[in-house]
Design a protein around this ligand. Sequence first.
Ligand code: GDP
Ligand code: IMO
Ligand code: MG
Length: 420
Amino acid sequence: MDVLLGAQWGDEGKGKVVDVVAPDYEVIARFQGGPNAGHTLLFEGTKHVLHTIPSGVFREGTINLVGNGVVVDPVIFLKEVRSLEAVGVDLRGTLLLSRRAHLILPTHRALDAASEAEKGKMKIGSTLKGIGPTYMDKTGRNGLRVGDLFQADLKERYSALVRKHERLLSLYEHSGASAEAEAEWLDAVEQLKAFQAVDCEHYLDQALRSGKRVLAEGAQGTLLDIDFGTYPYVTSSSTICAGACTGLGIAPNRIGKVTGIFKAYCTRVGSGPFPTELHDETGERIRQAGHEFGSTTGRPRRCGWLDLPALRYAVMVNGITELAMMKADVLNGMDTLKVCTHYLVNGERTERMPYDVSVGIEPVYQEIPGWKAANAAGDIPDALNRYIALVEEAVGVPVTILSLGPDRAETIMRKVPDLA
Ligand code: GDP
Ligand code: IMO
Ligand code: MG
């Protein structure tokens, strides 16, 4: 099984690359996150944004599996299904859900909002989709799972969990979920039963034994990982490669290629430290040229220069074997680019990602000439080739995919250079 994941703070372009490489795989499996994700695909002039459903759905014959590590909001899931059906995507028999995937309740969303309001200025800037509270109920051993939908005592268990949430919400002095939201949820879970629920660990084991190729699709990015991200400004799941093992039930020794997706610069949405953030015109220029506004929430994304210590860290914790550089076209026309090669932490040089990225950290930049225009149809400008070579040398992994536009077709597969 190969793994594809984000090497920065999310929104690197994972959806696009999964869609591009999906014809090489029989199964695409999402391993964590939930509707906090927004994966954008563009082809034949139409843009599609996926939240819970894997990005292989537009490739005929591909099985798309929502793994046990994912948290599913039945209402959002069904809306996604309906909008795919409306454009002629047939999901019958090809979209599978793990029985062990946890369900997001309307009161999880209310708890997310209450927690964020309570934190005030210190808020995480979550997507308010109920992600944190749902994973808390998972690890707290209170959660409801897809497999529970088929049990006779579902309603009682649902009510008991809602009562518990309401007690918590009253401590926060925050309102609960509306009666309409609860009714919509109960209706959605009934419809969810029509989808095939599987034991994803067994399903994937069988698929791999019969020679099928499986791609695990990550959501968010390494620096939002619950353990290795910029805690507490992170999401609540394991976004790293190990998360593909626990989020699908696949043993580590079955992992092959690990592709890390990164932008030629950096972005972050929500709160939290971001060493190379630009608060000036250059940051604004990147935001406008890259349309850096959230696919899920529409919030403007914070923009900054490429951060090599952070990318090196992502390569290390994920075992990344190949990189995809995205959105290099967004930097077209900039005379000079900057790349952070190391940090000064309290005046001392380090090439490592420190424990605390929020204080006393100063990024040190190397300047490198930019390129005028790069697009997938023409030759790659020398300056862009030098930029790529700089990254490859700094992190020790080849850039095998170069993306120069949002469309499926605007993608260049590069030959693996010898970095030895
Ligand atoms: P994901 O969450 O990692 O799948 O990424 P998002 O879809 O949230 O954000 C990536 C955005 O960049 C989307 O709007 C894509 O259409 C767009 N995009 C992807 N690759 C490229 C590229 O190479 N160039 C440009 N200009 N846009 C891209
Ligand atoms: P994709 O898969 C970028 C960010 C939120 C917030 C933090 C916690 O599209 O790359 P959460 O709702 O998960 O509790 O929010 O994580 N965040 C993302 N940022 N891309 C995403 O997903 C994200 N999913 C969550 O903005 O800072
Ligand atoms: Mg996204």
